[in-house]
Design a protein around this ligand. Structure first.
Ligand code: MEV
Length: 438
């Protein structure tokens, strides 16, 4: 199956040749080739666009693109696009949206919108001199990046602050230039990285050309944005009178439900094992929106999990407040998202997402993604503390199980009818399929 020698020049092969090469590792190369090609887009232009997003493309990997309707955010009704491979996620978001539709919907606010970049360097010299010259350097950084920042400044953003951070307590001679940015509607990675690399060059040139500093040496380690953006923060919440939660579960009183719900969130705040799963459920919704908009879900996840551990322990990103007969459930999450640049307008479906969401600004998208996260999490905690997660989840998963048995449409209909009032499990479905195929 695998080459023993290093494969040279794979990237130089045409897509057709790459497919053939990979297919040759299988015992049925023709079928493999056919399968891979069956996912190529029939329109050449579109296929080319997709394959140029990344390198060594041999096919496309499909994910479902679905919608959660009836999501009220600050009084406005949205249909939220979600790209996700897991059954139940869109259903959970939709159910929560429906539930809160008649209880004031979701509320959101942007807490801050700053992004961070750093030049990490070693200063093998007099640190006092470096500190003395930093005010001049700062001015040079700003002037030297005027060309790069011009458009961003015209849109109201740009460099917000530049600091010298002394990190010698961590690593000998280690300093940082730490800069903060407002990148308006773009995620801003390229903008920030370009500014930082320019800062690094300016720093090096300044040391070489300044008589007083000539005998000191600077070693730039790297210049890169930080995906940790604790100051690019959004809050989403739902709230209502506790009495308006009445009927949330047929087998529980409202007070029982609220008590259990609060305990479940407390558990996710103090127990790291539970917090991870709890936050995973939030990211079910967040990532699905992030993917549908062509944004970078790895950056969003990395940041969210770091933020969840900001006090040294990994905790829930949501919190529940019960005061004066009111139930308030909120999510505070850092989301560095863009609505321009990257794939946001290049990927045809990301472009469609933006249109469907009414061409949102980055701030709007942060709020929409946060709501999707809160909606999913509320749905999960509601199920977990009442009827349990498996009943609903397995119902949604039924089609996947049936597809494992290559069930026909008739068999699927029959199974869905049969399992309406029964517990779905892999073996139960297997028995059912065997039985009707007899
Ligand atoms: C499954 O994808 C997500 C949940 O496990 C989240 C949770 O437990 O809160 C249901």
């Amino acid at each position: 199956m695998y080459e023993k020698e290093i494969i040279k020049g794979f990237s130089k092969l045409s897509k057709e040749q790459k497919v053939k090469k990979v297919a040759s590792y299988f015992s049925n190369p023709e079928e493999v080739e056919k399968e891979l090609k069956s996912f190529w887009h029939p329109e050449l232009g579109k296929q080319k666009l997709f394959e140029e997003f990344a390198e060594n493309t041999i096919s496309n990997f499909f994910f479902p693109y679905g919608l959660a309707p009836n999501v009220i955010i600050n009084g406005k009704n949205y249909m939220i696009p979600m790209v996700i491979e897991e059954s139940s996620v869109i259903a959970a978001a939709s159910n929560s949206a429906k539930f809160w539709f008649t209880r004031g919907g979701f509320h959101t606010r942007i807490l801050s919108k700053t992004k961070i970049g750093q030049v990490h360097f070693i200063w093998a010299g007099d640190h006092k001199l470096l500190k003395q010259h930093f005010a001049t350097l700062k001015q040079l950084f700003i002037e030297g990046t005027n060309e790069i920042t011009k458009n961003m400044r015209e849109r109201g953003g740009g460099i917000l602050a530049i600091e010298l951070i002394d990190m010698r307590h961590e690593i000998d001679d280690y300093f940082q230039i730490k800069a903060s940015f407002d990148t308006i509607d773009s995620m801003g990675a390229n903008f920030i990285n370009s500014c930082l690399e320019e800062f690094a060059d300016i720093l090096k040139r300044y040391i070489t050309n300044t008589q007083e500093l000539k005998n000191n040496s600077v070693h730039i380690i790297m210049s890169i944005l930080s995906n940790y953006t604790p100051d690019c923060l959004v809050e989403a919440w739902v709230e209502c009178d506790i009495k308006d939660l009445e009927g949330i579960d047929p087998d529980m009183t409202t007070d029982e439900f609220v008590w259990k719900f609060e305990k479940a969130v407390q558990v996710a705040t103090v127990d790291t094992y539970r917090a991870t799963t709890h936050n995973k459920g939030i990211f079910n919704g967040v990532d699905a929106v992030v993917l549908a908009t062509g944004n970078d879900f790895r950056a969003v996840e990395a940041c969210g999990h770091t933020y969840a551990s900001r006090d040294g322990k990994y905790r829930s990103l949501t919190k529940v407040e019960l005061k004066n007969g009111r139930f308030k459930y909120s999510l505070t999450i850092p989301l560095a998202l863009g609505t321009v640049g990257g794939l946001t307008k290049l990927h045809p479906l990301a472009k469609f997402t933006m249109e469907l969401l009414g061409d949102p600004h980055a701030e709007d998208l942060m709020q929409i993604a946060a709501v999707a996260g809160l909606a999913n999490n509320f749905g999960a905690i509601r199920s977990l503390t009442t009827k349990g997660i498996q009943k609903g989840h397995m119902k949604m998963h039924l089609l996947n199980i049936l597809n494992n048995f290559a069930a026909t449409e008739n068999e699927k209909h029959a199974a869905m009818e049969y399992f309406k009032d029964k517990k779905v499990s892999f073996s139960a479905v297997s028995d059912f399929v065997k039985e009707i195929r007899k």
